[in-house]
Design a protein around this ligand. Structure first.
Ligand code: PCD
Length: 804
């Protein structure tokens, strides 16, 4: 008994996997001791600020910088003409397009960068921005992607005559690509012959991650040593280093990219922005460090947007509700430049996960990318490259089909789920789902909320409403989502040619503590806490004795960064593998110390024990010391390991979410009575961190579904450029969430873990939206576009004639 207790004590002492270890980074965040880009202050540092276009589409006739240059404290004003000799007036985008760094002859969206003012302080720079005189000639504006595809107005004059783009043929001067997946003919045939077909246009509006900290950079060129140091809000620091080297011609070893603390990324900080490029050029030109920090309005109007997908769907089924086919055509509004952040071969990201959690035998997707006069971007706002669009689409289509079939939507889902014994499951659109048990999760979720009782209550509510006894309806928003996270594998996925592996390097110190460096970068997820837990379990040193460091390209091994919930599936795997290399060497050392053969040892929590002789052992701490202080024949001194991990497949986390919502027909207000979220992310590293991730992701989903939108008027004016107009939920709007889980490990991940950070956003949006729709189902509502703000909900009721 004593022995067992000791063993449990030793396990507890590790604070390894499965432990709700408190976040080690929070001590500094909660005490205001974080170190963000704007906290970087260097001697002689200058400040940059942008002159931006007030027009969505205009020719730039002239730029006069004289008055700005005359202002005391202004050091330089850069325009496209200054960047052109360096070939930096345009830059490549992640999507194979190119983008103006500074307006070259014309502007294509409101807020586009026209000139970069560099001054002694930020206030002088801002004043000088007002003094730059730009003469514009307004051009016709296209804000509607359908209209853009018909219009004679040419947006991108630079590629007007190019019939071939980065992703195949272009059929119109405002067309970017048509990307297709699946079997079109077979799908059309199934739809033609189907007993039941539901058809709907599902729009996922333009929105924006809006991290607390906007984007920014500090560039510092040391002309003596020829070394450029770049601090910035980068979700992928190594990729930034490589791109900066290719663009600037500075050798890669002479560029050091540092992502310090990041105040939320959510996909907004994956892409490369003109501000980064201009700060680099400006430091080279002036010889002084240059800081550029975006303000809130700039972040809302001009950095990368998300979504803006018009998804036309057709889904077919038998009369009994067995789904037979799915067809989807997307008109994707990419704005002025195709700057979507997706792996190179996937111009629509992983949108073709849109068959969702269902066993759909045949399917087809086609995505048309279109240019309009809006800000570029296409970030994976808390989703693995267009996965949230896909999940919203299929979860709306299921609801619409349920109406068509006059069936309960929970039952329709149940009879179409991929079954547990079908995994690994090959989807009609080409994915191999690694593992899942959807029925178990679904039944658990329905039981937890008392689904049948809720439906009975809802039916009664409709009766009461019709009888004039209440003005509130009840909506039950169901969602079962499947995510796809953890890009690679390298053979399919790359960013600008860099294969999407990830890495971890571990160095054990003589006294039995360690530092591990990764190719990823936390933006608030808590990597310093959780990756130490993976290692603790793998190498038997307490997580408290392991430092995790990320984000400095001079020290961290090359990695592709953090987005698409890839850190756990890829860098987490690398961490476990590197840990296992440490353990393999440790075993040889222990065998020498204990004078036995390697094979006579077994690993037990934190030590190697001689089989059958439990009193003879060496702890990892003993071994670490020996690695540095003993000459061991045939073994190099030291205890280090590095792993570059190329995942064999992605991981497929899933979840069952249910939102119960009261909707006031007369005011359009809503109240979320209950929100139940069951997540399955395979092996759970830190349940408390997971719960925090789910709370955050659900709150962002609430924002998107219920109010958040980047909206434009007909002239291309962005109407939502301030936080007065762009909805960010506070504690007042945020409901109570109940979290739950099942645990279906990933069969190919070394520790069985899948990602989770994005799941609540992917599953949350359809759950909130379905609740709104479901409240009005009895009155025939099929589809109403998000965001469901009070006015839009009121309008649904009004259109359905419920205001009497
Ligand atoms: N985990 C655990 N377990 C498991 C999984 C996971 O524990 N199984 C945990 C980890 O460790 C970490 C977290 O959790 O910590 C998360 O994870 P993942 O899922 O892997 O992810 P990552 O990669 O790390 O991250 C990313 C994500 C994303 S993508 C996003 S959006 C968001 C999220 O994350 N972001 C953020 N979350 C968050 N949070 C915070 N705080 N902040 C931020 O910013 Mo994208 O694509 O970018 O859009």
């Amino acid at each position: 008994m004593k022995d067992l207790e000791d063993r449990q004590e030793r396990i507890d002492n590790l604070k390894g996997m499965g432990c709700s270890r408190k976040r080690v980074e929070d001590a500094r965040f909660t005490q205001g001791k974080g170190n963000y880009v704007d906290d970087v202050n260097l001697p002689g540092m200058l400040h940059g600020d942008f002159v931006r276009s007030p027009y969505a589409h205009a020719r730039v006739k002239s730029i006069n910088i004289d008055a700005a240059m005359a202002l005391d404290g202004v050091v330089a004003v850069l325009t496209a003409k200054d960047l052109e000799p360096l070939a930096l007036h345009w830059m490549p985008t992640l999507a194979g397009d190119k983008q103006m760094v500074l307006a070259d002859g014309k502007v294509l969206f409101q807020g586009q960068e026209v000139a970069f003012v560099v001054a002694k302080d930020h206030y002088i720079a801002a004043d000088a921005v007002e003094l730059v005189e730009v003469e514009y000639e307004e051009l016709p504006v296209l804000v509607d992607p359908f209209e853009a595809l018909q219009s004679d107005v040419v947006l991108r004059e630079d590629i007007k005559d190019e019939k071939e783009g980065a992703h195949g043929p272009r059929r119109h001067h405002n067309h970017i690509f048509l990307w297709e997946e699946g079997d079109k003919e077979a799908t059309e045939q199934v739809l033609d012959e189907a007993e039941v077909v539901a058809e709907e246009m599902v729009y996922y509006h333009r929105t924006h991650p809006c991290p607390l900290e906007p984007c920014g950079s500090v560039a510092s060129m040391d002309k003596i040593n020829g070394k450029l140091t770049l601090w910035g809000t980068f979700q992928a620091p190594h990729v930034v280093r490589t791109v900066a080297s290719i663009l600037s011609g500075i050798e890669e070893h002479n560029i050091r990219v540092i992502s310090p603390d990041i105040g939320g990324g959510f996909g907004n900080k994956v892409g490369v922005y003109p501000g980064y490029v201009c700060s680099i050029v400006a430091t080279i030109v002036t010889g002084q460090p240059v800081k550029w920090i975006e303000d809130r309005m700039e972040n809302l109007m001009a950095t990368a947007f998300a979504r803006d997908y018009w998804m036309k769907g057709k889904i077919s089924a038998t009369k009994e509700g067995k789904i037979t086919g799915l067809h989807c055509h997307v008109t994707a509004d990419h704005g002025a430049f195709d700057a979507c952040a997706d792996p190179t071969k996937f111009p629509a990201g992983f949108f073709h996960i849109c068959t969702g959690s269902y066993d759909i035998p045949v399917a087809y997707v086609g995505v048309d990318g279109v240019y309009t006069n809006k800000a570029p971007g296409g970030v994976a706002y808390r989703c693995s490259f267009r996965v949230t669009e896909a999940a919203y689409f299929i979860e709306r289509m299921i609801e619409v089909l349920a109406m068509e079939l006059n069936m309960d939507a929970a039952e329709l889902r149940r009879i179409n789920f991929i079954k547990a014994d079908q995994f690994p499951y090959q989807s009609a659109l080409g994915w191999e789902y690694d593992s899942g048990d959807y029925h178990t999760a679904w039944d658990k979720a329905l039981a937890a909320v008392g689904y049948d009782d809720l439906r009975a209550e809802q039916a009664q509510r409709v009766e009461d409403f019709k009888a004039g006894k209440t003005r509130k309806l009840l909506g039950i928003g169901l969602t079962h989502f499947t995510e796809i996270v953890g890009a690679g594998p390298v053979k399919n996925c790359d960013i600008l040619g860099m294969g999407m592996f990830d890495s971890c390097e571990i160095r054990i110190h003589p006294t039995g503590s360690a530092i591990a460096r990764l190719g990823t970068i936390s933006q608030g997820q808590g990597h310093a806490t959780t990756f130490a837990q993976i290692l603790a379990s793998e190498i038997g040193l307490s997580a408290d004795s392991i430092t995790i460091e990320e984000g400095d390209t001079d020290t961290a091994p090359y990695g592709l960064g953090t987005y698409g919930s890839r850190s756990t599936p890829v860098a987490g795997a690398a961490t476990a593998m590197a840990g296992r290399k440490i353990r393999a060497k440790a075993q040889m050392i222990a065998a020498y110390l204990l004078e036995v053969h390697d094979n006579d040892l077994e690993w037990d929590v934190d030590r190697f024990v001689v089989k059958g002789a439990p009193e003879r052992f060496k702890t990892m701490k003993d071994i670490a010391y020996a690695a540095y202080n003993q000459a061991i024949p045939g073994v190099e001194p030291g205890l280090e390991a590095v792993s570059y991990y190329d995942p064999p497949n992605m991981t497929y986390p899933f979840g069952a979410y249910i939102c119960v919502m009261e909707v006031d027909v007369d005011t359009g207000e809503h109240e979320i009575r209950q929100f139940y979220a069951l997540d399955d992310c395979g092996t759970r590293i830190n349940p408390m961190v997971i719960e925090g991730q789910v709370h955050g992701g659900l709150t962002e989903a609430l924002a998107i579904a219920m109010g958040q939108e980047i909206a434009y008027d007909d002239m291309g004016n962005c109407k939502t450029g301030t936080l007065m107009d762009f909805f960010i939920p506070t504690a007042v709007e945020t409901p109570h969430y109940t979290t739950d889980h099942t645990e279906t490990p990933s069969p190919h991940h070394p520790i069985g873990a899948k990602g989770v950070g994005e799941s609540p956003n992917v599953g949350g949006v359809p759950a909130f939206s379905n609740a709104v729709h479901d409240a009005f189902r009895a009155f025939g509502l099929r589809q109403s576009h998000m965001p469901h703000d009070h006015w839009r909900i009121w309008k649904i009721a009004s259109d359905l004639g419920l205001h009497g």
